[in-house]
Design a protein around this ligand. Sequence first.
Ligand code: BTN
Length: 264
Amino acid sequence: VQPADFNVALSKQATVGFDASWQSLALELPRLTLEVVAEVDSTNSELMRRARAKTLTPTLLVAQKQTAGRGRLGRSWQSDADFDRALTFSLGVPFAGTDLAGFSLAVGVCVAKCLHPALGLKWPNDIWLQDRKLAGVLIETAVIGQVRTVVIGIGVNLAQPQDLALAVPSAGLHELLPQINAPSALKRLATPLLRTVEHFSAQGFAAYQAEFERLDVLAGRVVTLGDGREGRAHGVNPRGALLVHTSEGEQVIESSQLSVRPVL
Ligand code: BTN
């Protein structure tokens, strides 16, 4: 059987690590095209280009290596180019809803729950293990004509990254699941992410707020905001904005605004 029969597009230049596990994963995802490439600038950038060119069908794009991986707030995202050490992918799908407020938090809930019960969420959507970052999420959208597309980019550390210069200490999923590799981690995430997009478009953030608050690692803690203010975090409002008590009163922090760190 040819790869096309599995609805999987394996990049021609890719040789290492493109084994049967990607093909069997593709078989389990009949509603999505699974595309695995050796290298791309950024899986988010590539799916956003396709969305803007109106050529995006529901796609999971996995890259072994990103040459210009992007994080939130204009940061870069670097990960190991090794499917035993990192999972780097984006999901691009149409979004039928009208309001995206809190969507990135709902995606974080899905990722944390599907990967391991020991994981928590650092607002808005970093996945944390014991005050260290294990995965990050970058969501972008494009509207072409009447169709809104969401591109959900996720980077998961499987092994703990060696780069000690990172601003936030990092963790790896191998600390909890020593055998997991990129295809098996994606298998846990792909269908639940698709369901999250569908469920969120119908229900909005209300359906996720309680679960977010259960996983919220900042709740009750003193946090520093990117502009130097300090306060105590106490959950999120119904639109997913972070609520912080400061000496100037309650602050409502929108996710695109600034970084928030707990005082460790
Ligand atoms: C963050 O923590 O700031 C978000 C990191 C998101 C990284 C992923 S890796 C796959 C996708 N492609 C990118 O360029 N970024 C996201």
